[in-house]
Design a binder for this molecule. Structure first.
Ligand SMILES: Cc1ncc(COP(=O)(O)O)c(C=O)c1O
Length: 390
């Protein structure tokens, strides 16, 4: 009998929405002009880009002219950080600040700039997984060029106090970028209310295609491009646009808005039920990160005396797809840098599983997980004789 498959790894990527596929297929087939061409075919493609730009702008409360399409969250993070740092370098601002729980796209961009002479400060987080505004205030200096702190964390889902953090950065004349890859499409975002200068999103996290994203750049802000070439994207990102991908992102953005609030409520209820039931049924379990301040679809739970990779494989054999952390670092057997940064002991950093729910997740899916998980954990624990910690 075929295994019934349950996908609980929506923070790694989401299944593409059927309406997105339809529009992308039609665009690939019919809208093949180069958006830079002046003839009918080019203008048709340009109109498709414009429509998608408006949709993505509406998703984050921005003006269409402020949206720069990229190849995804990784490029967007690189563009925002390197583009701002390099533009501000001549003015003598050579200091950058980030947090220890950022995605590798931010952390490794910072490391690359550190090798090239920028001073970088990596802010710690406590067990809550939330950056403290007081820590940022203490780290800011007169030569701080940019602060980059994510909106929602991909592994534990915690939401950072972006408005307050951005306000502190601005007081010292620094720019503020937020990686909103895990919040765009899940939470209402208004770039003006958040008070940031740069914000990065990625389509495949909200039922759009992979390999396309958008970075919002506040009007008037000067960034150096990371790709040089033609004058695409107002000379901010050269290269003939991925028209079908961008159209797909636009459709996904339009689809996300009307259902966002009700979907958030539905997923939070399912996630909370999953969490409560797992914690009640399995001794030696704990939720990682502040429970109150999280995106609605994510929970990260540690299972004492249960090696996370073994649990992931056992769950996969039972038809349940979860993750041990971010998709980019899974398979490395390295404990999560996020959980380590939170100061959690090895029996939690190495024994944690992320469950991330999405549109297709049903109450029945959650009940199935709750039904099979205790037995799987028991079996894995029976292979070791160390007592379970409370
Ligand atoms: C918080 C965060 N930032 C950036 C990225 C990278 O986005 P992309 O996969 O579009 O390059 C991810 C993807 O997992 C993410 O979760």
């Amino acid at each position: 009998m075929a295994v019934q498959r349950i996908y609980l790894d929506h923070n790694a990527t989401t299944p593409i929405h059927p309406q997105v596929v339809e529009r992308m297929a039609a665009t690939l087939r019919d809208t093949y002009g180069n958006p830079s061409s002046v003839h009918h075919f080019g203008q048709q493609a340009k109109a498709a880009l414009d429509e998608a730009r408006s949709a993505v702008a509406a998703l984050v409360g921005a003006e269409p002219s402020e949206v720069v399409f990229t190849s995804g969250g990784t490029e967007g993070d690189n563009f925002a950080i390197r583009g701002a740092a390099e533009a501000l370098e001549a003015g003598g601002r050579r200091h950058l600040i980030t947090s220890a729980i950022e995605h590798e796209a931010v952390l490794n961009t910072m490391k690359a700039l550190a090798k090239r002479g920028w001073r970088t400060t990596v802010l710690p987080v406590g067990e809550t997984g939330i950056v403290s505004p007081a820590d940022l205030e203490a780290a800011l200096a007169d030569d701080t060029a940019l602060v980059s702190i994510m909106h929602a964390n991909n592994e534990i889902g915690t939401i950072q106090p972006i408005g307050e953090l951005a306000g502190l950065a601005h007081k010292r004349g620094a720019l503020f970028h937020t990686d909103a890859v895990q919040s765009a499409g899940k939470l209402p975002i208004d770039v003006k209310r958040l008070g940031v200068d740069l914000l990065t999103t990625s389509a495949h996290k909200f039922y759009g295609p992979k390999g396309v994203g958008a970075t919002w750049v506040r009007r008037g802000l000067r960034l150096l491009p990371i790709l040089y070439g033609g004058r695409h994207e107002r000379s901010r990102r050269a290269g003939t646009e991925n028209v079908a991908g961008i159209v797909g992102m636009g459709v996904a953005a339009r689809l996300a808005v009307p259902t966002m609030a009700s979907e958030a409520e539905r997923l939070a209820a399912l996630r909370d039920h999953l969490e409560t039931a797992v914690l009640a049924a399995i001794p030696g379990t704990a939720v990682n990160g502040a429970r109150a301040q999280r995106v609605p679809n994510t929970t990260n739970i540690s299972f004492d005396r249960t090696e996370a990779e073994s649990l992931l494989i056992a769950l996969d054999l039972a038809g349940i797809a979860v993750s041990t952390g971010s998709a980019c670092s899974s398979g490395t057997l390295e404990p999560s840098h996020v959980l380590k940064a939170m100061g959690l002991p090895p029996h939690r950093t190495q024994n944690s599983i992320r469950f991330s729910l999405g549109h297709a997740t049903t109450a029945a899916d959650v009940e199935r997980v709750v039904a099979v998980l205790p037995g799987i954990v028991d079996k894995l624990r029976s292979l070791t004789r160390v007592p379970v910690r409370a």
